[in-house]
Write a protein that binds this ligand. Structure first.
Ligand SMILES: Cc1cc2nc3c(=O)[nH]c(=O)nc-3n(C[C@H](O)[C@H](O)[C@H](O)COP(=O)(O)O)c2cc1C
Length: 153
């Protein structure tokens, strides 16, 4: 099975976990990056009009990614990792998913968070993925690997 782990991370937490998971599973790894870099002010959730807050509040928001997405055609399994922003994946995850052909792939998603569960993110992922994929908030490598193994990754 060939696995691709794609992730988005702004303060390094998701990135660190993604690297541990990819290393353990022997997965290829790809970092999604935004075309227009987020500043610290853009990410300030205390400011109602910060860029991240406006994007998360707008379900039509689709921030552009930088560069080319990987060719997913040769992968059997794809894992998507992201932070939790207002309970949801950052909107750029929706941009990316809409631009990929994930049909026929076994999918899973995970988030890091400051305490929120995956419930709200799961509802959104169920809407935007063309077939169901389990998701979970993960906080360490051990939990990550035991969950991914249990769901056949
Ligand atoms: C704009 C913004 C909104 C956030 N909203 C939530 C939230 O709703 N629930 C939560 O538990 N954490 C929230 N967080 C915290 C992040 O999910 C958490 O710090 C995450 O691990 C960051 O991942 P990263 O370092 O890979 O970017 C938010 C962070 C930002 C920047």
């Amino acid at each position: 099975m060939k696995i691709l782990l794609m992730y988005f991370s702004k303060t390094g937490t998701t990135k660190a976990l993604a690297e541990l998971i990819a290393n353990r599973l022997g997965a290829d790894i790809y970092q999604i990056q935004e075309e227009q870099a987020y500043t610290a002010a853009d990410l300030d959730w205390n400011v109602p009009t910060s860029r991240a807050n406006l994007e998360q509040g707008d379900e039509a928001s689709r921030p552009a990614y930088k560069g080319e997405l990987p060719d997913v055609s040769s992968y059997d399994q794809i894992i998507i990792g992201h932070p939790t922003w207002w309970g949801l994946p950052p909107r750029i995850i929706e941009t990316v998913i809409e631009d990929l052909d994930l049909s026929g792939k076994q999918l899973a998603s995970f988030a890091t968070s400051g305490g929120s569960s995956y419930a709200q993110a799961q509802t959104l992922m169920n809407q935007i993925l063309d077939h169901p994929a389990p998701g979970r908030v993960l906080s360490n490598e051990r939990d990550a690997i035991s969950w991914l193994t249990a769901i056949n990754f």
